[in-house]
Write a protein that binds this ligand. Structure first.
Ligand code: COA
Length: 339
């Protein structure tokens, strides 16, 4: 076949990393706070524990650890990074935490910004970064998915607090020839008309500004969720978008090495795996230990499976993220590892 590729026409995933907080809260411990039980949480969600950021930790710090690990695996100097996208809905600074991350990493040449798409954030950021690399405008990108939903969970609401945890994961993405391309296809979707089944609205707190005029004092409520509606959304839309992706890329489900879904609920993972007759051993899952870490779940799971040798260079991974917005997406990825 004729070599038509040029640098800038492909992107490769050449490194990954992750970091989680040190505080681990088991289901039994949560049961001391709200009326729930280990048996209920495990049977309805598959979750056994979650990590929660403590007083000495920050989202930026976790993101730094994850990104630094990805840099090390990729064998990159931090100064060679052109782009940093931090997918998060829970930055340390509402103006964005990515520039702080850039500074701590010493990635002086990189432009850095946050991207918010809740639990779909990592996939949205991966696809966004790939556009900069594919045009040839940039060569090296770090994509980080990180969240600290523990700050915004109502820890007295048993219907939602049992689901979430904190964490960070990162991927190093490099412009390559088309022959080495590792992002084989993607689909992204939004539907704001259904957004009220999972959101984190601002408080309505209007204060007097000057005579006859008021201003809203900023602040957020806690996570509001209609669990059943979100569940139905996930088991309907995730198989549908994966089906579209597989068809568009002419990929048979049996040719996939791994299914790497947003880690929200084991029952959702099982339902999607069953839909494509993908054996359970190929459906990656670590939510038992971490719960739903929002934008972090996919890179956190990727890093764990790369580190323990399950995911090997050249393997084909179908990934899907979904969550608040509502937003959802899917990507077909070939893991490369260090070039
Ligand atoms: N412990 C014990 N009982 C609980 C409970 C808890 N943590 N949470 C809810 N219950 C109770 C409810 O109060 C209800 O009791 P009732 O029948 O007496 O009213 C009963 O369990 C069933 O509640 P229901 O909401 O129907 O449970 P469910 O089977 O739908 O499971 C979720 C609830 C949240 C686990 C499930 O809907 C879910 O996973 N949804 C998706 C959420 C999600 O993934 N969100 C993030 C997406 S990015």
């Amino acid at each position: 076949m004729a070599e038509t590729s040029t640098i800038g026409s492909g992107v490769a995933l050449v490194g990954c990393g992750s970091a989680t907080p040190s505080q681990r809260i088991s289901n039994d411990q949560l049961g001391q706070r709200v009326d729930t039980s280990d048996a209920w949480i495990r049977s309805r969600t598959g979750i056994s524990a979650r990590r929660v950021i403590g007083p000495d930790e920050t989202l930026t710090g976790l993101s730094h650890q994850a990104a630094a690990n990805a840099l090390t695996m990729a064998g990159w100097e931090s100064e060679s990074v052109d782009l940093i996208i931090l997918a998060t809905s829970t930055p340390d600074d509402l103006f964005g935490s990515a520039p702080q991350l850039q500074a701590i990493l010493g990635a002086r040449g990189a432009v850095a910004f946050d991207l918010t798409a809740a639990c779909s954030g990592f996939l949205f950021a991966l696809v966004t970064a790939a556009q900069f690399l594919r045009t040839g405008a940039m060569r090296r990108a770090l994509v980080i998915g990180a969240d600290q939903l523990s700050r915004w969970v109502n820890w007295d609401d048993r219907r939602s607090c049992v689901l979430f945890g904190d964490g960070a994961g990162a991927v190093a993405l490099e412009a390559t020839s088309a022959a080495q391309n590792g992002l084989l296809g993607f689909q992204l979707k939004s539907d704001g008309s259904r957004g009220d089944c999972l959101n984190l609205p601002q408080v309505q707190n209007y204060l007097s500004l000057v005579a006859g005029n008021s201003h809203q004092q900023g602040g957020f409520q806690s996570i509001q969720m209609n669990g059943q509606e979100v569940y139905k959304f996930a088991v309907r839309e995730v198989p549908a978008i994966l089906q579209t992706l597989l068809k568009a890329t002419n990929t048979a489900p049996e040719s996939l090495d791994w299914l790497l879904l947003h880690q929200a609920n084991q029952r959702i993972l099982d339902a999607v795996g069953d839909r494509f007759a993908i054996p359970q051993a190929k459906v990656l899952s670590n939510l038992a230990e971490y719960g739903n870490t929002s934008a972090a779940t996919i890179p956190l799971m990727l890093d764990e499976a790369v580190q323990d040798g399950r995911i090997k260079p050249g393997q084909l991974i179908a990934s899907s993220g979904f969550g608040a917005g509502l937003s959802w997406g899917a990507a077909l990825v070939r893991w490369q590892g260090p070039i």
